[in-house]
Design a protein around this ligand. Structure first.
Ligand code: NDP
Length: 328
């Protein structure tokens, strides 16, 4: 292939951003020791921010966006990968500082790749995507803090979003009692179908609250930040823990030390972008065994390459339910 199809974000001297579908010569790909034929990608919140320009996600211009892909190696100078290997990439600055997934070809550092586990197809890998892999990291963080199902309920915020919907599915299959917090109460049936036992309106958590409240849950998976995270912490049971990975409401944390010093609550930070390879492999193997693939299908909307730009706009406007898997 001499040219490949790609989405390209550019900006002019006045920093005005444009997004187009274009053809790029394969020789123009950025440096890397593994070239991949991208088969599937997805739309994460960060991709939405990059394409709409709402946050400074892109730090190299022009940029092929897309922070994750599943594909097949076409060429490799890396000892760990050979032509024909099925691979997954999440993060490591791809789609931010290094050309990313919204293209038929990607050339990356082989140290960023993992082999796609048996039992997960390329499309399923991107139905999961970085949001779902981050949900798994959150569950693993709770487990490492001994938050087992018998400790009490787990609250999941941003329940209808990518992280939230996969977290609900995972926690439910693992035997937890799941409380889903959402602004879309009309999607209650969807959330119950994923395994939510209780559904609360996110307005209960999104306004400034008291430093300590009634103890309601043993742990949480929070994709929302701001007052929501502060209230989740304030209502976590003694010795509980909350895995924080997102900022859909805001990046602030208007909280107090009270949950930490009076109830021994722990705040567990979760980052997927620079997570070590061993952690990624563990997370993806856990997804292969612990995620109900029928539920994954039910929370996934399939789109084509041409739909990616529109879906990226939709996710920033909170219009996407669950996950989106795109065929390149
Ligand atoms: P989505 O857009 O799919 O989901 C976010 C959800 O948050 C929405 O569906 C909505 O859920 C809720 N929400 C949106 N706006 C608000 C608001 N103003 N107040 C309260 N809730 C709100 O995004 P993802 O699930 O893909 O990502 C969630 C967050 O996690 C993002 O901030 C993302 O950047 C971050 N993230 C972080 C990663 C990491 O490595 N730490 C990796 C992946 C994602 P509902 O409609 O149910 O209320």
């Amino acid at each position: 292939m001499s040219n490949f199809k790609a989405i390209l974000i550019s900006r002019d001297e006045e920093k005005k951003q444009t997004v187009e579908i274009t053809e790029i010569p394969e020789d123009d790909l950025m440096e890397g020791d593994v070239t991949v034929a991208v088969e599937h990608t997805t739309v994460n919140y960060k991709d939405g921010l990059a394409i709409t320009g709402k946050s400074p996600v892109v730090r190299h211009w022009p940029m092929v966006p897309g922070i994750d892909f599943a594909g097949t190696v076409t060429d490799s100078n890396h000892a760990g990968f050979k032509e024909g290997d099925a691979v997954i990439l999440n993060g490591f600055g791809v789609g931010e500082t290094h050309w990313g997934a919204y293209a038929e070809r990607a050339r990356v550092n082989g140290d960023w790749l993992i082999k796609r586990p048996d039992g997960i197809s390329a499309k399923q890998a991107m139905s999961i995507g970085t949001a779902g892999y981050t949900a798994m990291l959150c569950v693993m963080a709770l487990e490492s803090h001994d938050i087992t199902p018998n400790r009490g309920p787990i609250i999941v915020t941003g329940a209808n979003g990518g992280v939230g919907s996969v977290a609900i599915s995972l926690l439910s299959k693992l035997g937890y009692h799941v409380i889903a917090s959402t602004g879309r109460m009309d999607e209650a049936e969807f959330l119950t179908g994923l395994g939510a036992n209780e559904i609360i309106d996110r307005n209960e958590l999104s306004e400034p609250g008291r430093p300590l409240g009634k103890e309601r849950w043993a742990g949480g998976v929070d994709a929302v930040g701001s007052h929501t995270l502060a209230n989740v912490l304030a209502q976590t049971k003694y010795g509980g823990a909350v895995a924080a990975c997102g900022l859909a409401q805001g990046f602030d944390l208007p909280s107090s030390v009270m949950p930490f010093i009076l109830r021994g609550v722990s705040l567990l930070g979760v980052d997927s972008v620079q997570a070590p390879i061993a952690v990624r492999i563990e997370a993806w193997n856990r997804l292969a065994s612990d995620l109900d693939m029928a539920k994954l299908d039910s929370l996934t909307t399939e789109i084509g390459f041409e739909d990616l730009i529109g879906a990226a706009t939709d996710i920033v406007e909170g219009k996407i339910r669950g996950r989106v898997a795109a065929t390149i």
